[in-house]
Design a protein around this ligand. Sequence first.
Ligand SMILES: *[C@@H]1O[C@H](CO)[C@@H](O)[C@H](O)[C@H]1NC(C)=O
Ligand SMILES: *[C@@H]1O[C@H](CO)[C@@H](O)[C@H](O)[C@H]1NC(C)=O
Ligand SMILES: *[C@@H]1O[C@H](CO)[C@@H](O)[C@H](O)[C@H]1NC(C)=O
Ligand SMILES: *[C@@H]1O[C@H](CO)[C@@H](O)[C@H](O)[C@H]1NC(C)=O
Ligand SMILES: *[C@@H]1O[C@H](CO)[C@@H](O)[C@H](O)[C@H]1NC(C)=O
Length: 379
Amino acid sequence: MEDGKDSNVLTRTNQPRVLPQRLLHLLVLFLVLCVTFSVVSIYTIRYFGVYNAVTTIRPRLIPCNSDEVRNLDEWMKSQSNVMHNLSDNELFWRASSVPRIKRYPFKRVPKIAFMFLTKGPLPLSPLWERFFKGGDGRYSIYVHSLPSFRDDFSPSSVFYKRQIPSKVSEWGKMSMCDAERRLLANALLDISNERFVLLSESCIPLYNFTTIYNYMTRSKYSFMGAFDDPGPHGRGRYNDSMLPEVNITDWRKGSQWFEVNRQLALSLVEDTKFYPKFAEFCKPPCYVDEHYFPTMLTIQAGNMLANRSVTWVDWSRGGAHPATFGGADITEEFMKRVYEGNNCLYNDEPSSICSLFARKFSPNALEALFLIAPKFLGF
Ligand SMILES: *[C@@H]1O[C@H](CO)[C@@H](O)[C@H](O)[C@H]1NC(C)=O
Ligand SMILES: *[C@@H]1O[C@H](CO)[C@@H](O)[C@H](O)[C@H]1NC(C)=O
Ligand SMILES: *[C@@H]1O[C@H](CO)[C@@H](O)[C@H](O)[C@H]1NC(C)=O
Ligand SMILES: *[C@@H]1O[C@H](CO)[C@@H](O)[C@H](O)[C@H]1NC(C)=O
Ligand SMILES: *[C@@H]1O[C@H](CO)[C@@H](O)[C@H](O)[C@H]1NC(C)=O
């Protein structure tokens, strides 16, 4: 029993001694391993330059191409050639990115983007060239034409290399709005563009550059024609499948020749909410280019719209298309008619300047327009 007891005691007293010894061995082994590993690491770093390898990888990420942008000036510099290979999806996405710091870290002179939506040539371009002589770097030009058309402006022209990648667009169809959004998106890429005006090849300016520039840049409102027409050509074109995005009370009509500020230009380009509704439920005889932008902006930013256009047009001859004026029409009486009878609000005050542009003028009107320009157009 005693032996048994003793052996019992022995085993009881021996066990605590054995365990710490094993633990100690393990600990020592662990420590040795740690130290060895550290020493090995230090030596590898020193002799094989593991850190050096990491730091030499970094410079490879810095572009060695000398054309790459290295300072803000270069990056902000407006493009001298607006041609690119972006798809519409890529372009619209790029154009919808906005700086979140409101203050510009450089002197930003707001520019007006003149966006010409044309079929091909710009027959009135000599008149516009003269107009832009007063522009002094405060404008940029974008031209959307048939994709097959290639202009032949000389390097001295303000229209040189201002043609953007274009697609076929048809009146009254969504492809027309697509073209307008394409113009807006390209113009948004230049951060200096603050106002965006849509023009056609048959448009002329009615004032000198300075007057038009001040009128636009000092306006509280954007000039989008938008009115509620209760008749068959207005509300009659509404389809209630557009609910809930578009209620008939918001349905607006207006000419496509708009002028918008940067914020609204961005809304038009980034829209994915209203676009599918208009694309699906506003097909001829609903002419989407007369309804999409006015209705959408009325819903999103109605208080920023002047609800009138700044482009004069003559509907007095009746019919589906406004009157076109040729050389024989351009008389002093005619020009007085274009400017007179103006009563509109500008920044909520009555103004005598209501239209900044006029359409439609045929190519043979150019010479007559040149002659009356100094007296009437002011340039
Ligand atoms: C667009 O792509 C074509 C063919 O890949 C190329 O020749 C052309 O230079 C590109 N244009 C621009 C503006 O990058
Ligand atoms: C532009 O026209 C306005 C009024 O029509 C005139 O006062 C101004 O001097 C003109 N500016 C230039 C630069 O010709
Ligand atoms: C609305 O559009 C749908 C689908 O295109 C069409 O079936 C329906 O007749 C239209 N409704 C009206 C009132 O035009
Ligand atoms: C459309 O808007 C009007 C007034 O804003 C409202 O009374 C009406 O219920 C709306 N219609 C629908 C179908 O939501
Ligand atoms: C334009 O119309 C909208 C409503 O459609 C209105 O909120 C806005 O005040 C109008 N703009 C002006 C300048 O009256």
